[in-house]
Design a protein around this ligand. Structure first.
Ligand SMILES: [Zn+2]
Length: 247
């Protein structure tokens, strides 16, 4: 079900015990030379649409929030960002509204790496103000990581930002928006054993001249479809684990 297509008496009368409210959050930022600014939003729209087709009786979905936290992309023109404080307020106050309408199980699905830190803070704040409510956050590439790893061919560093994964998904969803004559690997660094264990917030342009990380040259629409299917399957399982009180 889509919350925005319902009216308030219908929403009031829903059996909310059996429902998870789904709030997709994405972004509006550059994706290298070859993918559009709205990439994260297009991907998340498609995932949530597919979830709604499979388990529309168990979820109530919001439209995808397209403005996210993208400060690190701003030197590539056209990118838009909310400041962290604004972004956290948007997340908290949107979920506040859902809880106020009676939804006590909320799943925020994140489609943009830059949103992750704000989402963690928002979840903390929501627990402080709604102690009895369960609000979950799930970044799609994280929850589907084992499945995505098995499909990817460019290795762990091939995915990144606008790399193999995102380019494959966009070749599936909106091939008309993929500039296939401009695919270049970028953003690679010599490996450190501490990569992933040291916190470092950097601007994208410090490591990538084109704005992408990873290798989009090995992307295909076929892999994109398999990646989307695998990701949606994980998200559906998460909804069922929330409803089954396993999460
Ligand atoms: Zn992206």
């Amino acid at each position: 079900m889509k919350l925005g297509e319902m009216n308030w008496p219908d929403i009031r009368d829903l059996d909310k015990e059996r429902l998870v409210a789904v709030y997709p959050i994405a972004s509006f930022e550059q994706h290298g030379l070859h993918l559009p600014l709205l990439t994260d939003t297009i991907q998340l729209d498609a995932m949530v649409e597919s979830m709604d087709g499979k388990i529309g009786d168990r979820i109530v979905c919001l439209p995808t929030q397209w403005l996210g936290y993208s400060f690190h992309h701003m030197r590539f023109g056209g990118s838009l960002t909310a400041r962290s404080q604004t972004h956290i307020r948007m997340l908290v106050e949107t979920v506040d509204g859902l809880i106020g309408a009676g939804f006590d199980k909320v799943l925020v699905i994140n489609g943009h790496g830059g949103n992750s830190a704000d989402l963690r803070v928002a979840l903390q704040e929501l627990k402080e103000t709604h102690a009895e409510t369960s609000v979950y956050g799930a970044s799609w590439w994280g929850v589907a990581a084992p499945a995505l790893d098995s499909i990817r061919e460019a290795g762990p560093n091939g995915s990144g930002h606008a790399g193999e994964t995102e380019t494959s998904m966009m070749l599936t969803l909106r091939p008309d928006l993929v500039q296939t004559d401009r695919l270049h690997p970028d953003g690679g660094r010599p490996p450190s054993v501490y990569a992933g264990r040291v916190e470092h917030f950097c601007r994208i342009d410090e490591h990538s001249s084109r704005g992408n990380f990873g290798d989009p040259t090995v992307a295909t629409a076929d892999k994109g479809q398999r990646m989307l299917d695998a990701t949606v399957n994980c998200l559906v399982e998460i909804v069922d684990d929330i409803l089954g009180e396993r999460l």
